[in-house]
Design a protein around this ligand. Structure first.
Ligand SMILES: [Mg+2]
Length: 390
């Protein structure tokens, strides 16, 4: 079998990559580089110059060949490599007539516990989202910001005590709304300094969140380790990291309790499984980051299916699920009819699919029906005009 073509397929808010073979088998992948999907698509076109004519089953070799070909690294390149890697695992599964996870050690579980995205521009919307998700059977809620998802156009200002006490009180209300049958994954979105993060984590410890995510900017691993050493709430981080090398440095600092590799950015299924193994050696569990499209979700579920230390699966909005009324501008669900997916959601769990490959295909006319929409560059500002993380 040989690779005959690679198609970069920008659709709606997503960047899909389709690898074609002379056996008539196609594999589908997705890049997770969020605001830089166009750049990632161009990196796929560069990789394509090597991949045409290659055997698609030499997945590890192609990964090494492309990653180590030249000097440079970064999100656009790793999104491209991840999309290709996922597509090759899809091809391998279809070639052997088994789900991709069967080639990665087989099933460690039958279903993957999912956490639902909750959005809200104000507290009332956020609490409604929590209750709707619980009513729909979810046992975990994430993307749950104690600072709410306020419009980015709104200048930000709070005193220190408003910032910390306001956030603690909202977490109290989240907990009171759903009781103890639902886990809360608190998403800080990098808003705080390490000192502020310690104050918040100590204040919400009594409400037993499952974890607190990205309590500060994640670029400095030592700063994250300092927070982890001072609080009694588990830390989740890693969505921006690209490789096993970066995750190893994070883990070596005891800076994380739940790693969050993005299968569409960390090097695909190949590298995500290795990252899970690094975490396993430290009894750290994995919560795959998955904020984008349905191919990402399908790839994450293949990973969840075959690793022993999977914890929760981020599950963004899909047509027919709860919460659409709570979506912020730009946060709408993947459009109906864009993909054909074998994934099924039952009582807050995604059932591990049993079809060959990763279990998702893209409509042939997806580009025409759902034209690509580049993300606007829009950063929230403080009342004084400086940049705020949200
Ligand atoms: Mg996050």
């Amino acid at each position: 079998m040989k690779i005959t073509d690679i198609r970069v397929r920008p659709v709606d808010r997503f960047l899909f990559v389709e690898v074609e073979t002379d056996a008539g088998i196609k594999g589908l992948g997705e890049s997770g580089t969020w605001g830089y999907l166009e750049a990632s698509g161009e990196a796929v076109n560069t990789f394509k110059r090597y991949l045409i004519g290659q055997d698609p089953l030499r997945i590890e070799h192609h990964w090494q060949y492309l990653y180590r070909w030249t000097h440079f690294r970064g999100a656009a390149i790793m999104g491209a490599l991840s999309a290709i890697d996922i597509a090759l695992w899809d091809i391998a599964g279809k070639h052997f007539g088994v789900p991709s996870h069967q080639l990665l050690g087989g099933r460690t579980r039958d279903r993957a516990r999912a956490y639902y995205h909750v959005y809200g521009e104000n507290l009332e919307q956020t609490l409604q989202g929590c209750l709707a998700a619980k009513a729909a059977g979810f046992t975990a809620l994430g993307h749950l910001s104690p600072f709410l998802d306020e419009p980015r156009e709104k200048p930000y200002y709070e005193t220190h005590i408003q910032l910390i006490e306001g956030a603690i009180d909202r977490v109290r209300q989240f907990r009171e709304a759903v009781g103890d049958a639902v886990d809360l994954c608190i998403e800080v979105h990098r808003r705080l300094t390490p000192a502020e993060a310690v104050a918040l984590a100590r204040g919400i410890e009594q409400y037993r969140p499952f974890f607190i995510e990205d309590p500060t900017l994640p670029d400095n691993l030592d700063a994250m380790a300092e927070i982890a050493s001072k609080v009694h709430v588990p830390i989740a981080t890693g969505e921006r990291l690209h490789t096993i090398f970066e995750f190893e440095m994070l883990l070596a600092r005891n800076a994380v309790h739940y790693v969050r590799p993005d299968v569409c950015m960390c090097g695909g299924i190949t590298h995500a499984k290795k990252i899970a193994a690094l975490a396993e050696a430290r009894y750290v569990r994995v919560v795959p980051h998955n904020p984008l499209g349905p191919v990402s979700t399908a790839a994450c579920v293949q990973l969840a299916a075959c690793i022993p230390n999977f914890a929760l699966q981020e599950f963004p909005l899909m047509p027919g699920t709860v919460g659409a009324e709570h979506l912020p501008p730009g946060g709408e669900a993947a459009p109906e009819g864009m993909v054909d997916s074998a994934l099924k959601l039952e009582n807050g769990y995604i059932v591990i699919p049993d079809v060959p490959g990763i279990g998702v295909t893209l409509a042939e006319d997806a580009e025409e029906r759902f034209p690509f929409r580049p993300r606007p560059v829009k950063t929230r500002l403080h009342a004084d005009g400086s940049v705020v993380d949200q």
